[in-house]
Write a protein of this length. Structure first.
Length: 450
């Protein structure tokens, strides 16, 4: 590694772990050149590299300072918050946000929100190209703009489909928010087990073949709460089974391309634009805006148009004009690629930390599930370890986690596990929190026979 690259890496780590905070002045060229035994030009090259990544900025006659950017990972500093996967609004650089908003306001000052419920035409034109980079190959007629995934899921659950089928099949566990809604709805629900191995395809085919399944809801990657991803083989087979038995797949890609996975292709890739509804939210990478896309097969256009039009009166889910405009600017600029790369790097570093720390633990008492993609992972505990007691003990240490029980539609399927998220914690604090969790697990396992 070259010296300037080492300087960049060390400074990034200091900023990430908040040893150098936002707005703080960085060391002088002279002090770092003495520390690394190099020329001031080498240090300046490192600073220019960090500035090009919008991590630092310069003030004339003053020096370099830490920018208000994606390195901000904690909303407050009074504890270790591993209980919520929503990033703080400030995790999106306000400098970049101002840039997008300023250009959007100039470009779309003459527009009105009454364009159509499909959104700004110029944004619709570029979305197919953007989605194609993620192997979502479709035409603009299939793309609808949405504020978020939850509203769409509720409408799809209740709306009639062309097949006339009415039963909803979900993974177990699954998104606790959708599970909560389903418990309150007057809809027949079936579940298929999801774990670190994925889904049993034979069980899935049995349901598709013998039950009147309207759609199967799945989170193929960045799973919440497991933190796992389905294998390419399973994703392909799920779509093939859906086409064979005329079942729709609702593919929840809520994390979008926030965490890049090598050689990953979505279930939609195998759909031929039939029987697959892909839902993608940008809230994890753009928490300042509420916007996402839904890719809808032609057989459901009329259904979705009705949902969109009716939603105008009681559940409006078209993104506001400024969000659409800023999103278009965001996609057209290099900011999108920069954010995706930065977040992917940060997530990979944290997930590696999780795997390294947990690898030394006794699997008899606690097993790691996931830590493969996204912000989440789970820890499955020995059946005799009480999750409520663990959570209460951790709260006294200001470490906050949650049980996964609410993610199981059938309470009897709960596997005594907890969910943790890496979205609001630094690498240094993550390791400390994990070690504290394990020490309490060991203490609670003292009465378990060897």
């Amino acid at each position: 590694m070259k010296i300037y690259e080492q300087i960049c890496q060390d400074l990034k780590e200091d900023i990430l772990n908040q040893r150098i905070r936002r707005g703080e002045r960085l060391p002088s060229l002279l002090s770092l050149s003495e520390k690394y035994r190099c020329s001031k030009g080498t240090v300046l090259k490192a600073y220019e590299e960090l500035r090009s990544q919008h991590i630092i900025y310069s003030k004339p006659q003053s020096g370099f300072y830490v920018a208000d950017n994606l390195m901000r990972e904690e909303g407050h500093y009074e504890g270790y918050f591993l209980d919520c996967g929503n990033p703080v609004v400030g995790s999106f650089s306000t400098i970049d946000a101002h840039h997008c908003l300023h250009i959007a306001a100039e470009m779309y000052s003459t527009y009105s929100l009454d364009i159509s419920y499909r959104g700004i035409p110029s944004l619709n034109e570029i979305l197919p190209k953007y989605l194609a980079t993620e192997d979502i190959h479709t035409k603009k007629e299939h793309i609808y703009l949405i504020q978020g995934i939850t509203q769409i899921l509720t409408h799809l659950t209740l709306a009639p489909f062309p097949s006339g089928k009415k039963t909803i099949l979900i993974e177990s566990p699954s998104s606790k928010h959708y599970v909560s809604f389903l418990r309150q709805s007057n809809v027949r629900i079936l579940t298929v087990k999801r774990d670190e191995k994925g889904i049993d395809l034979k069980e899935l085919e049995h349901y598709f073949k013998t039950e009147e399944i309207k759609f199967f809801y799945t989170i193929p990657r960045n799973h919440n709460p497991l933190g796992t991803k389905l294998s390419n083989h399973q994703r392909k087979q799920i779509m093939e089974l859906a086409l064979k038995y005329d079942v729709y797949i609702v593919e929840d890609d809520y994390f979008g391309d926030t965490h890049k996975l090598p050689k990953y292709v979505p279930i939609h890739y195998y759909s031929q634009n039939e029987n697959c509804i892909l839902l993608r939210s940008m809230s994890k990478i753009l928490p300042l805006f509420r916007i996402g896309v839904a890719v809808i097969p032609e057989t459901l256009w009329k259904t979705f148009d009705t949902i969109s039009q009716d939603g105008y009166y009681y559940s409006y889910f078209m993104p506001d004009l400024i969000s659409q405009a800023a999103y278009e600017v965001y996609l057209k600029s290099s900011i999108h690629e920069k954010h995706s790369a930065q977040i992917t790097q940060a997530i990979n570093t944290k997930l590696k930390t999780v795997k390294r720390v947990v690898s030394t633990w006794n699997p008899k008492y606690v097993t790691l599930v996931g830590a493969e993609s996204g912000y989440y992972f789970s820890l499955r505990l020995h059946p005799r370890i009480k999750v409520d007691t663990l959570i209460a003990r951790l709260q006294k240490k200001r470490i906050y986690i949650v049980s996964t029980e609410s993610a199981f539609y059938h309470k009897e399927s709960y596997d005594n596990s907890i969910r943790l998220t890496i979205s609001k914690i630094t690498v240094l604090h993550l390791e400390k929190a994990l070690n504290a969790i394990y020490q309490i697990v060991l203490d609670l396992s003292k009465d378990i026979p060897e």
